[in-house]
Each structure stands twice: as structure tokens, then as C-alpha cells.
Design a protein. Sequence first.
Length: 237
Amino acid sequence: MTKKKKMLIAFLLGIVGCLCFGAGDWLMAYGDAAHSGKVWWLTEGVANISSTRNSIAMFIAFPGIICYGLGLFAAAGFIRQQRERRIYRVFTIFGLTPWLCLHIFYVELLNTFAVMNQTGNGSIANMVCDAVFSNLSWVAIVSEAIMLPPFIYWIWLQIRGMTFLPRYSAATPANVLVTYAVLYVVAAMLPMIPFKVGFTNGLMSESMIFYFLALIFCTCRNTGGVLDGEEHLELIP
């Protein structure tokens, strides 16, 4: 399989992975945005979400992480030197685990909140879940910190001209953190409605879709000669 074909397939799979994670993010959070506790996303809508819906959100994350990972590994095809490719892939491997960790953490907390509300314990659901999140919020912080290195390293390579992409691509959707920042601002401007809850919960997955679309566009255009002189690409050497 040629480098171009392998990269395009992997990027499409990356989008599938983002859709799996993003769909899960929406499934576990979309609903009435009214809330009474300290944690704004423990809403009235979440209180009425079934355990089946939360189970589906968790289940689709497993094929999602595989597809998403393949897309990230294929991005190494844009890196010029093998040494930098290896470093990027190592960061990516370590960065994939927190995605699932974070997903499990939020699914369990949201499902606990929903079950308590649906089994006559709604009066203490906010207190219990607020306390759990307060005690374990460091899990989210650490997970997000471990997720960041491959993206930060990618930006550094772009700015240094060590990818086939032009340096200015670091300020385009080919840098996922730029897209995330834009979507974050958009989400902050939205009124407190069900769409905002789902959209905010799925921000990273939504940003990654734009990222993979940008890489597909650059691959098809052979930006910077990314396909020249390298007939094949090993996704996981």
C-alpha cells in the first residue's frame, strides 16, 4: 500500500475514532442544561440519562481509541526525519491512555449521578458527585497533561520547519490546539442550552475532526512534497 493511500485511510479512521469519542461525549451529557450543584455539567438532563446510554458511550470509546490512534500515527508521515517521528510516536502512545482514562472517569461520575437521581437519591446526588469530583479532579488534570505532549511536540516541529507542512500551518486547523481554542470561545458564547453541554463536552473530538480533515487535504495536495521520495509508510514500526 502506498504512503498516500495508507495515510488517507488512517486519517479517515482517525475521524471515525473522533466520531466514536464525540458521540460518546454527547450521549453522556446532552440534555436539559439546568443545574443546581457546583459542577455545572451535572445537569437535569444528565440526571435523566439511562445507564444504557452511558454504557454505549463507553463501549464505542474502545474501537474509537484504536481508530483515533491510527490517525495520529499516520500524522508522523508529515515529519521529515525518522528520529523526530519516533519521538512523536512515543509521545502519542503515552498520550492515548489518558483519553480512555478521562472517558471512564466522566462516564462513571455522570452515570452515578443519573442512577442516584433515578433511584430516589436525588436529594444527595449533587452533594455526593460534587465531593467525588472535588476529590478526584486531579485525575482530569493529570490525564489532560499527559495527552498534550504529542500535540505540543507537533507544533514545535511545525514551527521549526521539521515537517513537510509550511511553518504557518501551526496557526491553522493543522494544529489541533488552534481549532480547540476557537471552538472553546464559540462554546463560551453559547447560551446555556442542551447543545452547549454536548458541544463543550465533545470539544477535543470535534477539534480533532478538523485536524484530520486538514491533514487529508494536505496529503491529497502533496503539500511540501510529503509523498515524494517515500513510497511506503510504517504506521507502527
